[in-house]
Design a protein around this ligand. Structure first.
Ligand code: COA
Ligand code: ZN
Length: 322
């Protein structure tokens, strides 16, 4: 039990989730879903991304979505931004935060953003100097921070170096992204401990994908190292279209379910989340990874199966006959 420590849950389904969907989710449906999620108690919602519509056609309606949603007090509305063009578009929509993105691995940066890491850094440095003249917060998401599907292991020192370069530019927060689910708990614990020690004033977020079933285990390791902010995706949607083998983020309802059982205070309404998650298949045209949506919450009890004529529960009687 960990008392009632506050944990900040940041929803990314309409960005990390929808960016990876083949079926275009209508703008009105995106807005309705975000409005519904805004009432669920999240600390932050990553609404969309201001990327090239050729690169991410699923989010080509970013302006319309940002303008269409109703803002709730207490929710930070953030958007992913890869370059200056994206930052200008985002600022024109009254976002609370821009979430700048680049990769720690050179190969993934080139695949995803079509430029070198140094070119990305130079563009993001320009973006930061523009955004700093406004009251919009700046977060930087470092992709492939715990492994790259093309390069393999990523040295912890390299992750800390990129964090340092952005910290030196005065960003508010940094997100460490396990883009293709390569992280494992002891690695996460060591990285998070080193990051919290060195960057005590940065708001740190961990962004796990469940590609190899380790996202909740990695979350526990990050919590142990003092992390209190997590990205998560409703239904377990998610994945970078430019990272080979990428699949869904840690599932928000499963994350909240686990954290609340362990006594953490997420402020998220799990029942409302589950009913929102149940809508996803109709929006994207397929089932979602969420186990919790299928199984129900831990104490959603079942009726005792009816007894058959010999007094045994029906299923057992059937198995014994078979
Ligand atoms: N928003 C809208 N359009 C953009 C844009 C942005 N942020 N950045 C570039 N464009 C447009 C340019 O205007 C240009 O349009 P044109 O072909 O009609 O002239 C075209 O995209 C190419 O521009 P260029 O600067 O050469 O970019 P690029 O083709 O090298 O692409 C990125 C670079 C970063 C814009 C692109 O790779 C991208 O958006 N990647 C997003 C990756 C992503 O979101 N991955 C998943 C999340 S991690
Ligand atoms: Zn992601």
């Amino acid at each position: 039990m960990s008392g009632s420590k506050r944990i900040y849950i940041q929803e990314v389904a309409t960005r990390d989730g929808f960016q990876n969907e083949a079926q275009f989710v209508d703008t009105d449906a995106k807005i309705a879903l975000i409005d519904r999620l805004s009432a669920c108690g999240y600390a932050k919602i990553e609404v969309t991304s201001f990327t090239s519509p050729k690169a991410i056609p699923a989010l080509r309606d970013a302006e319309a979505v940002m303008h269409g949603i109703a803002r709730h007090d207490g929710v930070v509305y953030t958007v992913l931004v890869p370059n200056i063009n994206g930052a200008e578009r985002a600022l024109s929509c009254g976002v609370n935060e821009v979430n700048l993105v680049m990769s720690v691995s050179e190969s993934h940066n080139r695949t995803n953003l079509r430029m070198s890491r140094e070119q990305s850094f130079a563009q993001l440095r320009d973006v930061i100097s523009v955004v700093k003249q406004t009251n919009v917060a700046i977060n930087v998401s470092l992709s492939t921070a715990m492994g790259c599907p093309m390069e393999g292991d990523i040295a912890q020192a390299e992750v800390l170096d990129w964090m340092q370069r952005f910290a030196d530019l005065g960003v508010h927060g940094v997100t460490l992204c396990d883009t293709t689910g390569m992280a494992f708990p002891s690695q996460v614990g060591a990285l998070c401990a080193a990051a919290t020690k060195r960057f005590s004033t940065l708001e740190l977020t961990l962004h796990f994908h469940n590609t190899r079933g380790m996202a909740l285990a990695n979350t526990l390791a990050a919590l142990d190292a003092g992390i209190d902010r997590f990205d998560a995706s409703l239904g377990g949607l998610g994945g970078c279209p430019y990272a080979p083998g990428a699949t869904g983020n840690v599932c928000t309802e499963e994350l909240v379910h686990m954290l609340e059982l362990d006594g953490y205070d997420t402020r998220v309404d799990l029942t409302a989340l589950l009913s929102a998650s149940a809508l996803l298949p109709s929006l994207i045209g397929h089932d979602v990874p969420s186990q919790l949506l299928k199984a129900g919450q831990r104490l959603d009890l079942h009726a005792i199966p009816c007894a058959s004529s010999d007094g045994l529960p029906e299923q057992r009687a059937f198995a014994e006959k078979a």
